[in-house]
Write a protein that binds this ligand. Structure first.
Ligand SMILES: Nc1nc2c(ncn2[C@@H]2O[C@H](COP(=O)(O)OP(=O)(O)OP(=O)(O)O)[C@@H](O)[C@H]2O)c(=O)[nH]1
Ligand SMILES: [Mg+2]
Length: 445
């Protein structure tokens, strides 16, 4: 309970008098020693107005005050935590796309190495032991992202790899999509969580051509990314160090000139929403965290990859009712759901509902990157621990949403389908069987 204001004023002791009082008490205390408290009890109200020194000299056991102080300290700590969270760097989800073997995982691994998350010893372990054992000497950087046995044995990403890194002003969630055509559905799942795309193109002789030809995944990935709402693209022309390229400006220009009309035809504004740059993801990572060494490539004077990532605008976020489509779920001291917040925000203790099965749930904990946070806003990729439902009652595609305005469950909806390619034999008659890839923005429903 607070002290009435008039009372505080009435017992105020001017500083000079206070010092004299303390001195007198100190002298007295030489005789009285432990009896100070008994012989000179200090009213609670007075204690509340005095400075810290006096509290030390005259400790008074007051549970009410101790409780109040603890509450104040807790509130101040919470406020500081909230402020720290609010001041956090902006956040972007970046999906790495492009034809198989273009170098997506290698670049992802290099980013983690350059940002200090993987050290030399780990690289040596991958390089000298694991990659060599698989006769994949140059694959050691990709092994940082490609962690499962199948991926390492085949030298191909299968599942979307996830990592986190930070540039000067931005926190990134890195989504490393597979390039092989067998895993296009996994690539779709990665791109659907992304704000921006990093399109990786191999400049190596023959590799750009294969990836860009009809049937190559460069085209398919660009079109899928655009359809899935990836509004900005960073096109990294990779493997510029390869002996067939050797940092040739002609090769770089050729690739850019061929890509620009195609990107335009895929509805990207190539002036505003696309930026090209040459890099090498292997060895030391050239033009990645630091600007290009002019001895390596004298004709490029533009920004480094990290600088480009830092300057990309965050797309507008939706502050509507809370909606997070569930990408995955698992059991870990309760039920954990994973996904990207498409709209609204979430905080610890929230009561939400899982749609379409209308299960009420409670938010126990929120994890953003590796950190536990108290709340999170739109665009964040989260893991959320909930109670009130078992993981087997959740399917990916379900939406955890606001109870007041849950995402509607419908039996019919109007969709716009973008057909990005037809098998040659099926040109006139449409059969359902080949219409495999589609996406529906869950929030728009
Ligand atoms: N010379 C050279 N080789 C590279 C570079 N980047 C990647 N590579 C090599 O290209 C091969 C494929 O690299 P990955 O990173 O696995 O390619 P990816 O795009 O992730 O492949 P998928 O995940 O299967 O689509 C590996 O042998 C890498 O060492 C580069 O900048 N220069
Ligand atoms: Mg890969």
């Amino acid at each position: 309970m607070g002290v009435p204001r008039y009372f505080v004023c009435a017992i105020y002791v001017p500083h000079d008098n206070l010092e004299a009082e303390i001195r007198a008490l100190q002298l007295d205390s030489a005789d009285l020693k432990d009896n100070v408290q008994e012989s000179a009890p200090v009213p609670v109200e007075k204690q509340a107005t005095e400075d810290h020194d006096q509290e030390i000299l005259l400790p008074v056991h007051n549970p009410a005050k101790a409780k109040e102080k603890a509450a104040q300290e807790k509130a101040a700590k919470e406020e500081a935590e909230e402020e720290a969270e609010a001041n956090k760097k902006r956040h972007l989800n970046a999906v790495f796309i492009g034809h198989v073997d273009a170098g997506k995982s290698t670049i992802g691994g290099q980013i983690l190495f350059l940002s200090g998350q993987v050290d030399d010893r780990q690289i040596q372990k991958y390089d000298e032991k694991e990659a060599k054992d698989e006769s994949r000497e140059s694959w050691y950087m990709a092994y940082i992202m490609d962690t499962n046995e199948e991926e390492r044995a085949k030298g191909k990403t299968v599942e979307v790899g996830r990592a986190h890194f930070e540039t000067e002003s931005t926190r990134f969630t890195l989504l490393d999509a597979p390039g092989h055509k067998s895993y296009v559905p996994n690539m779709i799942s990665g791109a659907s969580q992304a704000d921006i795309g990093v399109l990786v193109i191999s400049a190596r002789k023959g590799e750009f051509e294969t990836g860009f030809e009809k049937g190559g995944q460069t085209r398919e990935h660009v079109q899928l990314a655009k359809t899935l709402g990836v509004s900005k693209l960073v096109v990294v022309v990779n493997k510029m160090d390869d002996p067939t390229v050797n940092w040739s400006k002609e090769r770089y220009d050729e690739i850019e000139q061929k890509m620009v009309p195609f990107l335009k035809s895929s509805s990207y504004n190539t002036k505003k929403d696309v930026i090209f740059l040459p890099i090498s993801g292997l060895i030391m990572g050239v033009n990645m965290d630091k600007r290009m060494d002019r001895n390596v490539c004298p004709w490029y004077s533009g920004p480094s990859f990290f600088e480009v990532l830092d300057s990309i605008e965050v797309p507008p976020r939706d502050n509507g009712p809370f909606r997070m489509p569930i990408i995955d779920k698992f059991k870990d001291m309760g039920t954990i759901v994973m996904g990207k917040v498409e709209s609204g925000s979430i905080k610890e203790g929230d009561s939400l509902i899982i749609m379409p099965n209308k299960e009420p749930v409670k938010v126990v904990a929120i994890y953003c990157d590796e950190d536990k946070v108290k709340h999170a806003g739109p665009g964040e990729n989260l893991r959320v621990r909930i109670t009130g439902i078992e993981d087997e009652d959740i399917l990916s595609g379900f939406v955890i949403s606001s109870t007041v305005k849950p995402v509607p469950a419908v039996t019919e909806f109007v969709a716009q389908l973008q057909i990005i390619g037809l098998p040659e034999k099926v040109s006139t008659c449409c059969s359902h069987s080949w219409l495999q890839g589609y996406s529906a923005h869950s929030c728009g429903c």
